[in-house]
Design a protein around this ligand. Structure first.
Ligand code: PLP
Ligand code: COI
Length: 339
């Protein structure tokens, strides 16, 4: 195990020992291998550099209570990446190979996987980009798929302190666009909004539906979860948000572990004040509580307040992380044991 102050690391890149790489050429993927080389060398006219043909994933490896190292539902990351690739006219990286490559990267960097109870986890970043040259606007003929891993702490500094969001004047995704896939271009689009929000002192943006700007979509890197005053879970349904694996898992946990009613439906900005709790959910965010949303000067404060996570959000958080860390029995197929 590396000598790192695990409890105090942030969500930052740290270069680890080995990463996986596979190249696509002449209509097929090569065998792929691990490499110590963290640098990518590509042609100046590569499709990624000119037309942003790229997609990625994010998942974590956890050290469980019994000392095993596991990943959480990596099959869903493999499937979502195949969906992203298809939408971007990229070749799909086969699911079984994706899973084997994740396992290989975790095993090769086992010393970098934070210990149980440290609050840190090992974040894995699979990604694929157009490596072949294109000058006319069209899909490339060549691609590279890679996975690296890096130990990370909490995505939001301050841990479980509730966040303050602002309703963004920018859109994250166009109607019928790419909001539902994990394309790097969605994040490039969000950086200006992100800087504006940070500059004004907010933790994150709340993006609205781009067509009518009346419904809640998501933030730049997580889906929303709301709790009503009657302890019901409500989560926004939209074709332009990313189908979060954390959110889909929490819906199951709420229904089957906690016996809560869950509704997935469009959520209007106008009804936010009626909710008791609000949280952001995602691999990086886990569940981060939101205390307040500011809509052009108008403050919408959730009943759970600004000092701690609301009680239902907390139960969801404890159950989900309990499953991921092996303290609570997982549903069939959710945990993939690596070593
Ligand atoms: N929404 C966006 C825009 C994201 O980038 C992410 C992170 O992956 C999520 C939601 C959460 O998805 P997941 O729970 O699969 O990590
Ligand atoms: C993740 O949660 O894995 C993401 O990709 C979100 C990103 C903002 C770090």
């Amino acid at each position: 195990m590396k000598n790192i102050d695990w409890a105090n690391i942030g969500f930052e890149y740290m270069q680890t020992d080995q990463r996986y790489v596979s190249n696509y050429k002449d209509g097929k993927w090569d065998d792929g291998c691990l490499t110590h080389d963290a640098n990518v060398v590509i042609n100046e006219c590569a499709g990624i550099l000119q037309y942003c043909q790229e997609c990625f994933e994010g998942l974590k490896a956890y050290t469980t209570e019994d000392g095993s190292i596991v990943t959480f539902r990596p099959d869903l990351n493999a499937e979502r990446m195949m969906d992203s690739a298809a939408r971007l006219e990229m070749p799909q990286f086969p699911k079984e190979r994706f899973l084997a490559a994740v396992d290989a990267v975790v095993k090769a960097n086992a010393e970098w996987v934070p210990p149980y109870g440290s609050g840190a986890t090992f974040y894995l970043r699979p990604y694929m980009f157009a490596s072949g040259p294109v000058i006319g606007v069209k899909p490339s003929d060549e691609y590279q798929f890679r996975i690296f891993g890096t130990p990370v702490g909490p995505y939001f500094k301050g841990g479980v302190k509730p966040l303050t969001l602002c309703v963004s004047d920018f859109d994250r995704a166009a109607p019928h666009g790419t909001g539902h896939i994990k394309a790097g271009l969605n994040y490039a689009m969000s950086l200006h909004a992100h800087s504006v929000a940070h500059g004004a002192g907010y933790d994150e943006n709340m993006f609205l539906d781009p067509a009518t700007r009346t419904y809640v979509e998501e933030t730049g890197g997580a889906n929303f979860l709301f709790i009503t005053k009657d302890n019901e879970v409500v989560t926004p349904k939209s074709d332009s948000i990313l189908p979060s694996i954390t959110r889909r898992s929490l819906v199951y946990v709420a229904e089957h572990y906690l016996g809560l009613k869950v509704t997935q439906r469009p959520v209007a900005l106008a009804e936010l004040a009626d909710f008791a709790e609000c949280g952001l959910c995602g691999t990086a965010a886990v569940i981060s509580p939101v205390g307040k949303v500011v809509d052009h000067g108008k403050e919408i404060c959730f009943a759970s307040g600004m000092s701690e996570m609301g009680p239902i959000t907390k139960k969801l958080y404890e159950t989900l992380t309990g499953i991921q860390m092996g303290r609570i029995e997982a549903p069939e197929g959710w945990i993939r044991k690596i070593m």
